[in-house]
Design a protein around this ligand. Structure first.
Ligand code: TMP
Length: 201
């Protein structure tokens, strides 16, 4: 596959969305086509599934299957065609979020997630994953002062602690792909780090 697949990850409240415009601008200045997308979502069907996933309570297996249903559509309709035409794809979340939220925080057994991953994406993995990391309390504080929380944002400290530790474990397990960004710093400093990483890719 010729293109470049970049994913952005982090707990809710880690601030990743703030830096997306900078990332897209820098990448576009290189002259290649850049496709900006997100999960769950990224297609009309995926966006409908997102509404259910973010607002309806459901069993963790149902949630995982719906995440991967949205992901299958996203891969087939958006991500794979873009990579095949040599574009750079930037996805606000991908499968690492499923490992962090559904396995780490909600307890789905890893082997079930691995089966879904293998089925839906085969050997495809992001080339680079930027993990925006903040302490749990920071994330919770930021969310408390933000808009009405969705189902995931409304969870408590223990959920967020499991989430963070699973994200950091994945970063440690796949060090060649992950760039962990300390996002608990002034926004300008985080922006500078993000710029350095993007320029280095
Ligand atoms: P966000 O787009 O604001 O980050 O919200 C998406 C939410 O969905 C976020 O709370 C993380 C959650 N999520 C999962 O639980 N599993 C997944 O596989 C993905 C992609 C997202």
């Amino acid at each position: 596959m010729a293109g470049l697949f970049i994913t952005l990850e982090g707990m809710d409240g880690a601030g990743k969305s703030t830096h997306i415009p900078t990332i897209l601008q820098l990448l576009a200045s290189g002259g290649r086509e850049v496709v900006s997308t997100r999960e769950p979502g990224g297609t009309p069907l995926g966006e409908e599934l997102r509404e259910l996933l973010l607002h309806r309570e459901m069993h963790v297996e149902t949630e995982s299957l719906l995440m991967f249903a949205a992901r299958a559509e996203h891969l087939q309709q958006v991500i794979l065609p873009a990579l095949q035409r040599d574009a750079i794809v930037v996805s606000d979340r991908f499968t690492d979020a499923s490992y962090a939220y559904q396995c780490g925080a909600r307890g789905l057994p890893m082997h079930k997630m691995q089966q879904l991953e293998q089925w839906v994406q085969g050997e495809l993995q992001p080339d680079v994953t930027l993990l925006f990391d903040v302490p749990v309390e920071v994330s919770l504080q930021r969310l408390a002062s933000a808009r009405t929380p969705d189902k995931f944002e409304a969870q408590g400290a223990e959920f967020f602690a499991r989430l963070r530790s699973q994200y950091l474990k994945r970063a440690a397990d796949y060090p060649q792909r992950f760039r962990v960004i300390d996002a608990h710093r002034p926004i300008e400093e985080v922006k500078k780090t993000v710029e350095e990483i993007i320029l280095s890719i």
